[in-house]
Design a protein around this ligand. Structure first.
Ligand code: PLP
Length: 488
């Protein structure tokens, strides 16, 4: 399996070559040269598999330069009930991603049982093990530079803490994460973890990561890598739970692969739903991919109108589903590459328009008149927006009707999913975080504290360790230079 860039001007690479690489040298994102397909016979065989066994089946189609026995061992070590232990009472921890029916035809797929209570642990825990494996083989070190609006950062840090050969430099928007998220990250005392609170919004942080990554000399001298959702291995790992969720929603081990389903996905950087798009392309019977945004509805606008207009950082609103406060969806380019018939020249032209206008926020493209957007429904996508008021109403309704407490992001997905589902189609709403992470909004909606998994009580009282810095790529580079000789 070779990986190519969406911009078409980088040489094809193998999985382990791109594992540590981040963006392709031409500024594009890596994708498989061809998507593997899954036969009907394979679907039948995979139906009854455990999560790690299924993950191996899916991932070996994308990873062919790690010996199968090693890959299997890595996966088995990652997807264990001990790691994904923050389950709801009554769930089976061996499921890793339990499916919970709210009523016939309506389920949530619980993806937030990992150490940081968000779905990002699903991919990040595997990434940590893959990185350590790859670095051990070559005797190299890696300095991970990341940007987070809350969930990616903690997820990356919990996946990389204590790993030999790896340091993490994590940028987050100063004062803009929830208290719980801040405490989760800043209370880590591992010497290989560096938290940097940037005076700005998430997109400022992401811009710094991009700018450092574009400095090829710096990047290679300091062995800079990334764990943001552009990392291909993260997308690949996320494909697995679409299969798991599909099987669980269509009758489990004894069910049938004739049934189509809808997935509803709370979206920001388009990483999660991109994995759904790929699962569908591989042959999983997904009828609808329902994309839900919050008030930062750049992606909803695109799927409704064909216009993609990333907002400026100043136009990005701070909402009560903060992990979706994103106005340049970094993984979206992967889907557009497929949408325009995998024509890298077209992608280059579209993004040249975006990037030239980025400063004035005039950058945009409009596919509405063309042949590609006319076929957008063939990809299964529909989209909608959820606001703060919708979020509160949904959290209240799901609590009152089913006795289940959902977080703000999952509420956005439920709201839009219920609005746009086709009648008769089972709807699986991806639960992307647990309510404990967003207690302020839970209190506002329900007048009570969210349930908090055991062991996380009082996390806000632990001592915190972080540096506050300006949104200045040069200064961040100096910080990395000074700290990248720290012992592990
Ligand atoms: C990251 C995140 C999202 C958005 O996922 P993308 O892959 O960026 O689209 C949604 N909800 C939660 C809780 C998240 O952490």
């Amino acid at each position: 399996m070779r990986y190519i860039s969406t911009r078409g001007n980088s040489p094809a690479r193998t999985f382990t070559e791109i594992l540590l690489a981040g963006l392709a040298p031409d500024g594009g994102l890596y994708l498989p040269e061809v998507y593997p397909s899954v036969s009907r016979a394979e679907l039948d065989q995979w139906r009854g598999l455990s999560y790690p066994a299924l993950a191996f089946k899916v991932l070996e189609k994308f990873i062919d330069d790690i010996p199968a026995a090693d890959l299997k061992a890595l996966i088995d070590r990652t997807y264990t009930p001990a790691v994904y232990c923050n389950i709801r009472p009554g769930d089976d921890s061996a499921e890793i991603t339990p499916l919970r029916w709210l009523e016939p035809g309506l389920a949530i797929l619980e993806l937030s049982n990992g150490p940081t209570l968000a779905f990002k642990d699903m991919a990040m825990q595997l990434l940590g093990n893959l990185f350590e494996y790859a670095l051990e083989k070559t005797g190299q070190e890696l300095n991970i530079l990341g940007a987070t609006s809350g969930d990616t950062g903690s997820s990356a840090e919990y996946a990389m803490r204590g790993k030999r050969g790896i340091r993490v430099f994590m940028l987050s928007p100063h004062g803009k994460m929830s208290r719980f998220q801040t405490a989760q990250m800043f209370s880590l005392a591992d010497p290989n973890i560096f938290n940097i609170a940037v005076k700005g919004v998430f997109d400022d942080c992401q811009d710094i990561v991009k700018s450092v990554s574009n400095d090829h000399a710096f990047k290679s001298e300091y062995r800079i890598g990334t764990v943001n959702s552009i990392n291909w291995a993260r997308v690949a790992a996320q494909i697995v739970y679409y299969f798991k969720g599909y099987f669980a929603a269509t009758g489990g081990a004894g069910g049938s692969n004739d049934q189509e389903v809808a997935f509803s996905v709370p979206s920001g950087n388009f990483g999660n739903i991109c994995a759904g798009h790929i699962a569908r392309t591989m042959g999983l019977p997904i009828r609808q991919l329902i994309l839900a945004t919050n008030e930062n509805n750049v992606l909803d606008e695109f799927f409704r109108t064909g216009v993609y207009r990333p907002r400026s950082n100043a136009e990005t609103r701070q909402t009560s589903s903060p992990s979706m406060d994103i106005s340049k969806a970094s993984n979206f380019e992967r889907f557009v590459f497929d949408l325009v018939g995998r024509d890298a020249g077209t992608v280059r032209a579209l993004w040249a328009g975006i990037e030239s206008g980025a400063k004035s926020s005039a950058g945009a493209f409009d596919l509405s008149g063309g042949p590609h957007f006319a076929r957008i429904r063939d990809y299964g996508f529909v989209s909608g927006t959820s606001t703060h008021a919708d979020r509160l109403a949904t959290i209240r309704r799901i609590w009152a009707q089913y006795g289940i407490m959902v977080d703000t992001h999952s509420a956005d997905g439920l709201k839009v999913g219920l609005e746009l589902r086709e009648p008769g189609l089972p709807l699986v709403c991806l639960e992307t975080a647990l309510p404990a992470k967003f207690d302020e909004t839970i209190r506002e909606a329900l007048g009570r504290e969210p349930e908090r998994p055991a062991g996380l009580e009082g996390i806000e009282q632990l001592p915190q360790r972080f540096a506050v810095m300006d949104a200045d790529a040069m200064a961040i580079k100096r910080y990395i230079e000074e700290h990248c000789r720290a012992p592990f």
